[in-house]
Ligand binder design. Structure first.
Ligand SMILES: [Zn+2]
Length: 120
């Protein structure tokens, strides 16, 4: 997995949006900070049913474009920021196997969304 500095670079490059579907995402560290400030509003436990649905959907993960299980490296060129649903849906399949275009061939989604980084 990327180092903290590499993660920062990935978020800057990918603009706090999923590289596959383009939805805004929030990194785990930000979610954990918000949860500490608003524990009653942001439920988060081990089971999916015990997790706040919006934060679960917007959960940013680092994904290997060529899956690690298929020999993909953790180099930044092979790593992208994606939402949890896209990461889980593709699982260990290659882009060709699931019929997805390579998201690295198009510009990342840009908007005023900043990933709520001010909570870090
Ligand atoms: Zn997505």
């Amino acid at each position: 997995m990327p180092t903290p500095a590499e993660k920062n670079a990935l978020f800057q490059r990918d603009g706090y949006h999923c590289r596959f579907c383009g939805i805004p995402v929030i990194r785990r560290e930000v979610r954990d900070r918000i949860r500490k400030v608003y524990p009653d509003a942001l439920r988060w436990a081990a089971k999916n049913a015990e997790q706040h649905a919006t934060f679960q959907l917007m959960w940013a993960t680092c994904d290997h474009v060529l899956p690690h299980s298929r020999g993909g490296t953790s180099d930044l060129d092979n790593t992208i920021i994606v939402c949890q649903p896209c990461n889980c849906a593709r699982w260990h399949y290659t882009l060709d196997e699931v019929g997805l275009a390579d998201p690295r061939l198009r510009e990342p989604t840009r908007s005023s969304w900043d990933g709520l980084e001010r909570f870090r």
